[in-house]
Design a protein around this ligand. Structure first.
Ligand code: SF4
Length: 121
């Protein structure tokens, strides 16, 4: 009888450990842990984390143009970003930096500048 109780107790203890491990793994995924980075939420995070600010390959004049047009990596203008701008050129590889007909260098899809013009399809 006492062996039976001990077995049940061990079983319940193991269930508790497995449950805690499952909850912990779910928390990691929800927070963008190992496997969460490739999900839809991860894609949005990727766009925000995308860095298209390297201007080392640009000439001084090109860098000056970029600055003069007030290009920023993340738009702070409601409803306006590079993806809905007429000048934006989508990247060859999905999820990468694009280019622009006006601003030299790589362009963040979430970026913005003073030359933004509504995209006409
Ligand atoms: S003109 Fe400005 S807002 Fe439009 S795609 Fe180029 S950098 Fe982005």
């Amino acid at each position: 009888m006492s062996d039976s109780i001990l077995t049940r107790r061990n079983f319940i203890q193991r269930l508790t450990v497995v449950g805690a491990a499952t909850i912990g793994a779910s928390y990691l995924v929800a927070c963008g842990g190992e496997s969460g980075e490739s999900g839809e939420a991860g894609e949005a995070g990727e766009a925000m984390a995308l860095d298209c600010s390297d201007v080392s390959a640009l000439s001084a004049d090109q860098q000056a143009t970029r600055t003069a047009l007030q290009y920023v990596e993340a738009s702070d203008v409601e409803g306006q970003n590079c993806t809905n701008c007429q000048q934006y050129q989508v990247p060859a590889t999905e999820g990468g930096c694009g280019t622009c007909l006006v601003v030299p260098g790589t362009i963040n899809p979430n970026g913005h500048c003073s030359s933004w013009a509504e995209k006409v399809s």
